[in-house]
Write a protein that binds this ligand. Structure first.
Ligand code: GRF
Length: 204
């Protein structure tokens, strides 16, 4: 049996994207990888309960109390101990330093709730992204999964999925539709794609 790529999932909140990854693992949509740890940048978030229910080792770090440097050092230590070789940012709300990112070249992916290069970059996260899309008046938005480099939302695109904007949309309604129709689909699909590529690159 071929090996699976260990996946570390970094979260900050409710963990619906984490849940999509867990569900995809259970249904066999993710077969080339396996979630080996979940790390939260905030204690007490529901994502940790989802990990607990799924029997996945999980770690609650307090980024604000620790400071960015200690948070990243602890995160790197947990990842190394878990044997993870792919880091998936799933509703992870802080920006990682270039120093951290450069230690995992081509091994960190993120889901952003818009069609990059629209409505992305520093400060564009959560509801702000959807507020900006509605304010601009675009008729189509969506989600993007991309590799993470030192430019926020600037790494190579892996997958995108478009979502129509409807009359009467609010940022909250749009956020839900983008998650359901796009993020929860392309994040697991991208994780599988990247894990399969990692395995393939190792076949001699
Ligand atoms: C939402 O803001 C979503 O648009 C963004 O992450 C958040 C969802 O977080 N990409 P979670 O996965 O439910 O924690």
């Amino acid at each position: 049996m071929k090996n699976k790529v260990g996946i570390a999932v970094l979260v900050s909140g409710g963990g619906t994207n984490l849940q999509a990854l867990i569900d995809a693992q259970n249904s066999g949509d993710i077969i080339s990888g396996r979630i080996v740890c979940v790390i939260s940048s905030k204690p007490g978030v529901y994502a940790l309960e989802r990990a607990e229910k799924a029997g996945i080792p999980h770690y609650a770090l307090d980024r604000k109390a620790l400071g960015q440097q200690a948070f990243e050092a602890e995160t790197a230590r947990i990842i190394a101990n878990s044997g993870a070789r792919l880091i998936v940012l799933a509703g992870f709300l802080s920006i990682l330093s270039a120093g951290f990112i450069n230690n995992f070249p081509g091994r960190i992916i993120n889901v952003h709730p818009a069609l990059i290069p629209s409505f992305c970059g520093k400060g564009m996260y959560g509801l702000r992204v959807h507020e900006a899309a509605l304010e601009y008046g675009v008729k189509v938005t969506g989600a993007t999964v991309h590799y993470v480099n030192e430019i926020p939302d600037g790494g190579e695109i892996i997958m995108q999925k478009a979502v129509n904007i409807r009359d009467g949309d609010t940022p909250e309604k749009l956020q839900k539709r983008v998650m359901k129709q796009a993020e929860w689909k392309i994040l697991p699909a991208s994780a599988e794609k990247v894990c399969a590529e990692i395995l393939k690159s190792e076949v001699k």
